[in-house]
Write a protein that binds this ligand. Structure first.
Ligand code: ATP
Ligand code: MG
Length: 439
């Protein structure tokens, strides 16, 4: 209708708003502030003439829930620069104040105290929607409500839970098309409380780590952050683990995306090591962890060619032999005080045999079959995936031991940061459909 206000798409500014001044069949002429544009009626959206100047605090209050409307509201809220403080939400009824994770956490905490029933909060949404960041806010609020006064030397349970995030994200997050810090695993954080509503313990349970990413990455995504961090580590560490430019490693160079604008890998390496200190992972254990990470990179560079026997394989050249030898050396880790079950003793020869041969055990005998180069490369990738996922499980276990669980706790609040999913125009995919991709 002539005179009505609409949004039209613009190649520079995404969306422009203006008044319809002419209608020609399927096309409309719209007078915007800086220019007059012609657009298709089907790709224009109505604009709410009564949209409040500072936006609305709840998107469901928008008169029109379409992309330009949501973006306009986000811009207004961002410009308003409103700071949300936890104190304000304490005791406020749900819906009384602007929607925020603090409001949900407060409601869960109060219901737990008043009704004596454990609570669970499910954080759901598309990849990049902000689930992990919201989960951190929920945990911060629960720590604020149920935290104990701790002495300066000993860190409290809630501090340890919050500080474990950078460690988990270094090993379980990666850059994807939608999110530079996408969680590639599901996480259920259980905060345990005593009778008086004070935090007495916590446990982190993770599931479905996307293993395939370890050896398969496509443009414009990246492998797990820890690989790039280690390649950009301090010089002595890079030399110790015989690393270098990430572009020289097969598990990283399948994608052209190596550096990220907003992420400094060498700073992240330092921050991750610091977070590991705080969580209670010793220097020795940290070294073992990064040896495994480096060994996986070297393993990925082992290529195979045809061996002497039929259908057999062997490392392709001196370069492959070097990486095989280095991987074997890095995998050997043993120390007196700790017992790290994921690490194993291995030497170059036995590593080569385990990749180039398959052993079948029958009731009466053991048969060894040689593998062709393609099958050997698949064995190599399978080993990389299993070692990485065991490393991740070990890290989670270690963090849990450091945090400490309260087996006698009266109630708990669980926060589920669900595995992110992508919403496609066609082939809509539910979280469960990711299962095969993670195996
Ligand atoms: N409350 C927030 N304040 C500022 N930035 C945020 C907030 N929430 C999310 N972001 C931004 O969006 C990015 C994606 O958020 P987040 O990692 O929480 O998404 P996600 O839903 O967990 O995605 P995935 O399913 O891929 O893990 C963050 O790295 C951050 O840049
Ligand atoms: Mg996430």
């Amino acid at each position: 209708m002539i005179g009505s206000h609409v949004w039209v798409e613009d190649p520079d500014d995404a969306w422009l708003d203006g008044e319809v001044i002419e209608i020609n069949g399927e096309e409309i002429k719209v007078k915007c502030t800086a220019k007059t544009v012609v657009a298709k009626t089907s790709s224009s959206y109505p604009k709410d003439p009564e949209f409040p100047e500072c936006g609305v605090d709840d998107m469901t209050k928008l008169a029109y829930l379409h992309e330009p409307g949501v973006l306009q509201n986000l811009k207004c809220r961002y410009d308003a620069n409103e700071i949300y403080v936890m104190q304000k939400y304490k005791g406020a009824a749900l819906g009384e104040l602007s929607p925020h994770p603090f409001a949900v956490a407060d409601s869960a905490y109060r219901q737990m105290i008043n009704e004596g029933i454990s609570q669970a909060i499910l954080v759901s949404g598309e990849s990049g929607a902000g689930k992990t960041e919201s989960t951190k806010m929920l945990m911060r609020y629960l720590a604020y409500m149920g935290g104990r006064v701790s002495n300066a030397e000993e860190r409290s349970v809630e501090q340890k839970v919050l500080e474990s995030n950078p460690v988990l994200e270094a090993f379980g997050n990666a850059k994807t098309v939608r999110n530079n810090n996408s969680s590639r695993f599901g996480k259920f954080v259980e905060i345990q409380f005593d009778q008086r509503g004070r935090i007495s313990g916590a446990a982190i349970r993770t599931y479905l780590l996307e293993r395939s990413r370890v050896c398969q990455v496509s443009d414009p995504e990246r492998n797990y952050h820890c690989f790039y961090m280690l390649c950009s580590a301090r010089k002595e560490d890079v030399e110790k683990y015989k690393l270098g430019n990430p572009r020289t490693f097969h598990y990283l160079n399948q994608s052209n995306c190596i550096e990220l604008d907003a992420l400094n890998d060498s700073e992240e390496y330092i921050a991750t090591r610091r977070a590991m200190d705080v969580v209670g992972i010793s220097e020795e254990e940290q070294d073992a962890i990064f040896r495994v990470v480096a060994a996986i990179l070297h393993l990925g560079n082992v290529e195979f060619s045809k061996g002497q026997e039929t259908d057999a394989s062997e490392p392709k050249n001196d370069k492959s032999r070097f990486h095989l030898k280095t991987a074997a050396e890095l995998f050997i880790c043993e120390w007196k005080t700790s017992n790290m079950p994921l690490l194993f003793r291995c030497d170059e020869k036995s590593l080569e045999e385990s990749l180039c041969k398959r052993v079948f055990v029958t009731r009466d005998e053991t048969i060894t079959k040689a593998l062709d180069p393609n099958a050997a490369a698949l064995s190599r990738d399978a080993l990389a995936k299993i070692v990485y996922s065991k490393l991740f499980d070990w890290l989670v276990e270690k963090i849990n031991v450091a945090i400490g669980q309260d087996k006698e706790s009266k109630f708990l609040i669980g926060v589920l940061d669900i595995y992110g999913f992508e919403s496609f125009k066609t082939n809509r995919c539910l979280t469960g459909c990711h299962l095969p991709a993670c195996l």
